[in-house]
Design a protein around this ligand. Structure first.
Ligand code: CDP
Length: 218
């Protein structure tokens, strides 16, 4: 039996990859894994334990404690920018990435529902699922992304100052792109989708044309 199809979606913060991943998963009837939530969960567990997200001992203990049914994965605090910052610190640690690899690969190989999987993150097409049937790299200008993130945070009832979010996003882009292990970059066979001038519907329509050409119709 051939393995279930996988759609890999990578890109920087607030590029629109999460929304796209959820919509593609819904039309194809595939299971969706937001891998950023795993790194955020590790960051949040470390912060709550009073640890240092840059310390590999603290971060690795948290990564090992993370099971698919861990309640932290549904915690609204995951969405905060402080947690995003901690996430990008733990994500630069090789041991943490290794510890989360099995979780992600087993989701892709045995997706809930069994029909297929959509994973979104930073290194899905390059490291986690290099043989994915379709790979998208979703991006947008940093100012556009910062504006989107501010709107998301405010809609979730969280405080957000545009200048601060923009600075944090630039710092996180830099850390995610420059780290030695699994840096943020498009896979050679990824379709690069710049959503700077596209709304969610337009981004989805463009992505769908590409995905259909790779794995067939939904
Ligand atoms: O939602 P947003 O794009 O801001 O971030 P996220 O996707 O929730 O990811 C939070 C952080 O986790 C990122 O800044 C990365 O440092 C890290 N991450 C990663 O290294 N690899 C992944 N596959 C997913 C997230």
């Amino acid at each position: 039996m051939s393995p279930p199809p996988v759609i890999a979606i990578d890109g920087p913060a607030a590029s629109g990859k999460g929304t796209l991943a959820r919509r593609l998963a819904a039309v194809y009837g595939f299971a969706h894994l937001d891998t950023g939530a795993l790194y955020r969960a590790v960051g949040l567990l470390v912060l709550r334990a009073g640890g240092d997200p840059g310390d590999s001992g603290h971060a690795l203990a948290a990564a090992r404690a993370l099971a698919p049914d861990h309640p932290v994965l549904a915690d609204p605090a995951l969405r905060g920018e402080d947690v995003a910052h901690a996430a990008s610190q733990v994500a630069a640690l090789n041991a943490v990435r290794e510890a989360l690899l099995d979780f992600q690969r087993s989701f892709a190989a045995h997706p809930p529902g069994g029909r297929g999987a959509v994973l979104d993150g930073r290194d899905i097409g390059t490291v986690v699922c290099p043989t994915a049937g379709a790979k998208l790299f979703v991006t947008a200008g940093v100012e556009v992304r910062a504006d989107r993130r501010v709107k998301e945070l405010r809609a979730a009832g969280l405080d957000a100052i545009v200048a601060t979010v923009l600075e944090d996003m630039k710092a996180r882009d830099e850390r995610d792109s420059r780290r030695a292990v699994a840096p943020l970059r498009p896979a050679v066979d990824a379709f690069v989708l710049d959503t700077s001038a596209l709304d969610a519907d337009q981004a989805f329509a463009t992505a769908l044309v590409f995905i259909r050409s790779k794995i067939g119709p939904a």
